[in-house]
Ligand binder design. Structure first.
Ligand code: ARG
Length: 457
């Protein structure tokens, strides 16, 4: 049995499988850089405040830096009996430099230490998520601009509704991601806070300078209450929630890609690199990446629920339950970063089947609203025109034709006011470009929208 950092008041030996259950080193080792940076700032402050000597500080600093080097070279071994990253690093330090290493933990607890590590880590990761989000937003803008004129069916209830520009459709996801980005950015206000110096719960008797460590670690703000500092996990809930919603957005887009690539729609084709084949059916090309993003969305929502349940009923301040805040969060961060990257790759390499979309919008009733609006412009009340057009649609369905195939005579039978300019009005391109309201699908509106979007980048 290795000697425990807290071994003094214990008489019985520990049991290895209990240690295994208790330990977090398997997953919290990813915090090593943050842990060492936190310790460097803490030791520097202790020296500046004459709590340890300059010489002790130099030894601690050199020791910590060489531990990080060992880690990066794959030469640092962790032990389960040291429980977590904090005690593994401290033990390695004492092993390296001897008694000066034992002074590092002066005026500090693992409670403020783990909180500091996590704040630093979540801040770094959320910034990475923001970057990955922007990358996808840029790809969406590029896609929209490259295919600005492509018309496709717009749906409500998954039934053909009105023709729209593909660029308008895809830009919707730009705005969802824009809200995600803004939520992540806003959350940084609450992530970017220093808990260091809170001690175990109540602060410390040593004359520490919490503002110095806050500045050294690059934190924007500080916790004003030591108990809040060690027990707050709101920023983790918030991050999990922001990830969950962003994953829901990616899942909706995935679902559209899955639908668009069916044989039934065939609107787009995904690059081979982002699809897989079937072990049995030679013809298959499956949209696995999109399906996986859709599937992983369940996982990230689950991690959010787990974190909320973890905190419910937890009294102040630190409770070991809180060690359970990590695996779900780490997994969610890996998942969102991976999903954003995969989605970006899928969109960058996607082929839009323009001929299929062209045929699709010419062979449906998505121009019916246009005909109704045409009648209204000629003085017919909308409710009457709705009825007239509905009957014409029914006639077409019965004859297996579309509105554009009706003779002028048939149109006139339905309403005298219809002239032969109606054929032009019914063409999908005209339908789309007659939409001139702000934020609409008309080409000019979409170009304007893209310009506004670029200002958000
Ligand atoms: N491994 C612990 C965690 O992740 C570190 C803090 C432990 N503090 C304590 N007093 N047991 O939460």
């Amino acid at each position: 049995m290795s000697k425990k950092a807290w071994g003094g008041r214990f008489q019985e030996e520990s049991i290895s499988w209990v240690e295994e259950f208790n330990a977090s080193i398997h997953f919290d080792k990813v915090l090593i850089e943050e842990d060492i940076n936190g310790s460097l700032a803490h030791a520097g402050m202790l020296a500046a405040q004459n709590i340890i000597s300059e010489d002790e500080y130099s030894q601690i600093k050199a020791g910590l830096l060489s531990i990080l080097e060992d880690y990066n070279k794959g030469q640092l071994t962790f032990s389960v009996s040291r429980e977590d990253i904090h005690m593994n690093v401290e033990a390695a330090l004492i092993e390296k430099i001897g008694s000066a290493g034992g002074k590092l933990h002066t005026a500090r607890s693992r409670n403020d230490q783990v909180a500091t590590d996590m704040h630093l880590f979540v801040k770094k990761e959320v910034n990475a998520v923001i970057q990955a989000t922007e990358m996808l937003q840029q790809t969406i803008i590029d896609l929209a601009e490259a295919h600005i004129d492509v018309i496709m069916p717009g749906y409500t209830h998954l039934q053909r509704a009105q023709p729209i520009l593909f660029s308008h459709h895809i830009m919707t996801y730009f705005w969802m991601l824009e809200r995600d980005k803004s939520r992540f950015n806003d959350s940084l206000k609450r992530i970017d806070l220093s808990p260091l110096g809170a001690g175990a719960i109540s602060g410390t008797t040593f004359n520490i300078d919490r503002f110095q460590t806050k500045d050294d670690l690059g934190f924007e703000g500080i916790y004003h209450n030591s108990m809040d500092a060690v027990s707050d996990r709101d920023y983790i809930v918030e991050t999990l929630s922001n990830i969950s919603l962003s994953m829901v957005h990616l899942s909706r887009l995935s679902e559209e890609l899955i639908f668009w690539t069916t044989d039934e729609a065939n609107f787009v084709t995904l690059s081979d690199a982002f699809t897989t084949g079937s072990s049995m059916m030679p013809q298959k090309k499956n949209p696995d990446m999109a399906e996986l993003i859709r599937g992983k969305t369940g996982r990230t929502s689950g991690h959010l629920m787990a974190m909320l349940m973890l905190l419910k009923g937890l009294p102040l301040t630190y409770n070991k339950d809180m060690q359970e805040d990590k695996e779900g969060l780490f997994d969610s961060l890996t998942t969102i970063k991976g999903s954003l990257k995969i989605m970006n790759g899928m969109l960058e390499t996607l082929t839009i089947n323009e001929a299929v979309l062209e045929a699709a919008v010419n062979e449906d009733f998505s121009n019916a609203t246009e005909l109704a609006d045409y009648l209204v412009a000629k003085g017919i009340p909308f409710r009457d025109s709705h009825e007239i057009v509905g009957k014409l649609v029914l006639t077409c369905i019965n004859q297996g034709i579309y509105l554009k195939d009706l003779t002028l005579e048939a149109f006139k039978d339905a309403s005298e006011v219809i002239e032969d300019d109606i054929y032009n009005i019914l063409s999908p391109k005209v339908v789309v470009n007659r939409r001139v309201s702000y934020g609409s699908t008309g080409t000019e509106s979409v170009k304007q929208q893209i310009e506004v979007a670029k200002n958000h980048m």
